[in-house]
Design a protein around this ligand. Structure first.
Ligand SMILES: NC(=O)c1ccc[n+]([C@@H]2O[C@H](COP(=O)([O-])OP(=O)(O)OC[C@H]3O[C@@H](n4cnc5c(N)ncnc54)[C@H](OP(=O)(O)O)[C@@H]3O)[C@@H](O)[C@H]2O)c1
Length: 260
């Protein structure tokens, strides 16, 4: 490939155009960009001179702004992937729809009622299916093929369906689980898919800080809006506990109002 190379720090005469450089290989979290245009910044000259505080290892190609075409995507590169939120009408699901959308994913959500499906769609999902309707897994397959990431709210019911739906090298994230389920582990082999448990309570202080910053930024900018379905006076805590576990037709978060 063609690129400018600098082998010695110094003046502009050190910018050498080379035409037979190897194309870099793509790391797991990288993309390979065929650069059509590159921005030139004052900092590029400081670095070239060798006077900047942080210098690259020689030889290097200058520049930090680039525009072009993505030719290859590393195994964990995320925008553009398809995310299925299996149980998207609940508290976690509706937040996940918004977060996944903000990260540039194509979002498929499921809900168990028309009202829930409408809410999931309004919240930003590209497509919504009814997880109480026979044949919905096939409908998802027909519509999108499969999903790269599945966020699963009821894995004791859905894990085998998820293993059938997940794409090659995809991940099924277990968020909710209310009991055991029998699965065929073979479903993971051909696709080299992965099942991963997720537990908010296992997050580190650093991760909590990171989440807090992201969520508050989202609410400030406006791409994240908490979805509340029912507000109970504090004295109705018992009812809220009953509802959170028995509700069907969920439409967001249940809240206790401690001022009432
Ligand atoms: N791992 C963690 O760190 C973590 C954190 C928070 C919550 N959780 C767990 O995650 C689960 C969801 O929490 P939540 O607060 O979102 O609960 P929620 O508000 O009660 O929502 C439950 C969701 O599950 C859906 N659902 C019901 N039957 C389903 C089925 N057969 N297939 C797929 N989805 C189905 C409901 O849809 P419809 O009502 O529309 O049918 C609804 O969207 C719970 O089990 C909770 O304990 C885990």
């Amino acid at each position: 490939m063609r690129a400018i190379r600098v082998t010695t720090f110094g003046g502009p005469e050190n910018l050498k155009l080379e035409s037979d450089l190897p194309i870099p290989s793509v790391g797991k979290k990288e993309v390979l960009l065929k650069v059509s245009a590159a921005g030139v910044n004052p900092v590029d000259t400081y670095i070239r001179n060798g006077t900047y505080a942080r210098l690259p290892t020689l030889p290097y190609t200058p520049g930090s702004d680039a525009a072009g075409i993505v030719e290859e995507v590393g195994a964990e590169a995320r925008p553009g992937q398809t995310c299925l939120i299996h149980g998207a009408s609940g508290a976690v699901g509706l937040a996940a729809v918004q977060l996944a959308k903000a990260m540039g994913l194509r979002v498929i959500g499921t809900a168990g009622t028309k009202e829930g499906m409408d809410l999931v769609k309004e919240t930003g999902a590209d497509l919504v299916f009814n997880h109480r309707q026979d044949g919905y897994v096939k409908d998802i397959q027909d519509a999108v093929g499969g999903a790269d990431i599945i966020l699963e709210m009821l894995s004791n019911v859905n894990l085998q369906k998820d293993l059938d739906l997940v794409n090659a090298k995809g991940k099924v994230m277990i968020i909710g689980c209310r009991g055991p389920i029998e699965i065929n582990p073979r479903s993971t082999m051909g696709k080299e898919s992965c099942i991963m448990g997720v537990n908010l309570m296992s997050a580190s202080d650093e991760e909590f800080k990171e989440m807090h910053c992201m969520l508050s930024a989202g609410m400030k900018v406006g791409w994240l809006e908490p979805k509340v379905s029912t507000v109970y006076p504090l004295g109705e805590a018992k009812t809220a506990h009953h509802d959170v576990i028995n509700n069907q037709g969920t439409q967001g978060k249940l809240i206790l109002d401690t001022t009432k």
